[in-house]
Write a protein that binds this ligand. Structure first.
Ligand SMILES: NC(=O)c1ccc[n+]([C@@H]2O[C@H](COP(=O)([O-])OP(=O)(O)OC[C@H]3O[C@@H](n4cnc5c(N)ncnc54)[C@H](O)[C@@H]3O)[C@@H](O)[C@H]2O)c1
Length: 224
């Protein structure tokens, strides 16, 4: 039986069964927060959070954040959204809906229950930048009609919504622009460079370098 402690911090993590979300769930559960993990399991899996399912301070709810959700929490981490191009281009309309409708639903919830809310944004808000490295004052160079626009523009619109909720409703927001992150529990078919290299190496295959190999990227490694 789960016994509720009314003094503990209650946290909602959307996309909590994904790569980054599952690590965040694990960390906050270990710190004693009461964690509600919401995920539609599009790219995330129950396997990623399997070790948490029997913890008294962890709960998993299968739900698509493009639909409203009514819960009582103190903090919301909005991570739900496929991050890899192969996955977000699979159903681009759903990707935009997840970023935009999802943000509207989560911000509406945060406003109603007076919760703090964090948005997992992306370096892709800078698009194909002509400034390197990008300072936060740089507004980006983004194609609004290309195959990646569902993700890039969806995330940009979500940032707009977060800052308007802050200005208009005084909501406590945080927006983090994450750069390419890799680590354990990444989807093996993620398709991005570091995991591709690792999967090819593990299979004893040649490592594929696209173009002339002079491309640059900033990487973050998820450390446990
Ligand atoms: N991994 C990176 O390098 C990176 C870089 C920049 C930004 N981000 C952002 O961080 C967040 C997490 O990324 P990740 O790498 O863990 O990706 P991921 O694909 O592993 O996790 C995303 C999770 O969101 C869930 N999801 C997708 N659509 C949903 C919906 N409509 N309703 C509920 N759940 C939904 C998926 O099932 C999955 O579990 C994403 O918002 C992503 O845009 C990640």
């Amino acid at each position: 039986m789960k016994i509720k402690n009314f003094n503990t911090r209650r946290v909602l993590i959307t996309g909590g069964a994904g790569f980054l979300g599952s690590h965040l769930c694990e960390r906050l559960v270990s710190e004693g927060s009461e964690v509600l993990c919401v995920d539609n399991c599009f790219t995330g899996t129950r396997q990623n959070i399997f070790h948490l399912l029997n913890k008294p301070n962890f709960e998993f709810i299968r739900h698509d954040i493009t639909f409203p959700l009514y819960l009582e929490v103190d903090e919301i981490y909005n991570l739900a959204c496929p991050a890899s191009p192969v996955h977000y281009q699979f159903d681009p309309v759903q990707t935009t809906k997840t970023s935009v409708h999802g943000a509207i639903n989560m911000l509406g919830l945060a406003k109603r229950i007076k919760a703090k809310i964090l948005q997992a944004s992306t370096s892709e808000v800078y698009g194909d930048p002509d400034v390197h490295p990008q300072p936060e004052t740089y507004w980006g160079r983004v194609n609004p009609i290309g195959p990646r626009s569902c993700y890039d523009e969806g995330k940009r619109c979500a940032e707009t919504l977060f800052f308007d909720y802050y200005r208009q409703h005084n909501l406590k927001i945080k927006v983090v622009r994450i750069f390419n992150t890799y680590g354990t529990r990444m989807h093996p078919n993620d398709g991005r460079v570091v995991s591709n290299f690792i999967v090819q190496a593990l299979k004893n295959r040649d490592i594929t370098v696209f173009g002339d190999g002079t491309q640059t990227r900033s990487f973050c490694m998820w450390m446990i």
